[in-house]
Design a protein. Structure first.
Length: 294
């Protein structure tokens, strides 16, 4: 099994696993708390997977390209592939995945995917870079899926039982697109945000994730009523955003996406998929999110 790659500065200590280039530890050394979900498979066995080359589910787990059918599982294959890891300093590391015969059998494109982690004071940033290595156009989606502990590990009772909420920097309500068997339906619901706060309740996720499109926010803070610890999560230029929790689980996922699950009536042509990204030969695509622990 590949060993974890550790990064550390005066404020943070993190660990990334080369399998999926997945963040698996996020500790603030000053607060003494650990902010990432533990990956307990009793609830969900992941920590912070990368979603590539699709986000969410395909209709019938199938897409078509140039008249040929291909099958991909929910969120694609990158989260389960081994990346080449390079620790470039004590506070930076890069993880690279390139196409091979296995990926091309289900995704007939040549690509390079890099995940670059960096620590700056009490903030961790993760930059994604996709390059089209082929001669034709590259069609893909990309998303993040970090899971934050509720509460951070190290918070003692009774604080552990306090109500947690998401505080939006702009929105006073959300337009939620509902899911039907993992696919985006045309039905929407309005979710009010009194004081720009969304309290985390299991009822919110009884029918799967909250799917949001083109929200004006670029920052969400995860906070609680009875303890002072939380995270400030920032992103930019991701047109979709997901919020997910297995109902009642002790974590919440904050998910900026460039791409989204298929619509229920989608024709399954990947080039016509909602949110699909496209790169000409040799071109690059970059996106980044960051989290500050307090």
């Amino acid at each position: 099994m590949s060993e974890l790659v550790f990064l550390e500065n005066d404020c943070l200590r993190v660990a990334i696993h080369p399998r999926g280039a997945e963040l698996q530890l996020l500790e603030n050394k000053k607060t003494g708390k650990s902010y990432l979900w533990t990956g307990d498979s009793a609830w969900w066995g992941k920590f912070s997977p990368v979603l590539f080359p699709i986000v969410g589910s395909l209709k019938d787990n199938t897409y078509y390209y140039n008249g040929k059918a291909y099958t991909l599982p929910r969120h694609g294959f990158a989260r389960d592939r081994s990346f080449v890891a390079e620790k470039t300093s004590t506070v930076t590391a890069n993880f690279n995945l390139q196409d091979d015969a296995g990926t091309r059998s289900v995704y007939p494109f040549s690509f390079s995917l890099d995940l670059y982690y960096q620590l700056v004071n009490d903030r961790l940033s993760l930059r994604y870079t996709v390059q089209n290595k082929g001669a034709g156009r590259l069609w893909f989606s990309l998303g993040a899926h970090p899971a934050f502990a509720l509460p951070p590990r190290g918070v003692e009772a009774p604080q552990a039982f306090s109500r947690h909420y998401l505080e939006f920097d702009t929105s006073t309500s959300l337009r939620r697109f509902t899911l039907e068997n993992g696919l985006v339906s045309p039905r929407t619901e309005t979710v009010a945000l009194p004081d720009r706060r969304l309290y985390i309740r299991k009822e919110l996720f009884a029918k799967d994730a909250m799917v949001l499109k083109d929200i004006p926010d670029t920052c969400i803070c995860l906070r609680a009523d009875l303890h002072p610890y939380g995270v400030e999560f920032r992103w930019k230029d991701f047109p979709f955003f997901g919020i997910w929790q297995p109902a009642g689980a002790p974590f919440i996922c904050l998910e900026p996406w460039c791409g989204v699950a298929d619509q229920v009536n989608h024709n399954q042509d990947i080039t016509q998929k909602e949110g699909i990204q496209s790169l000409a030969a040799g071109d690059y695509f970059m996106r980044e999110w960051s989290v500050r622990c307090f």
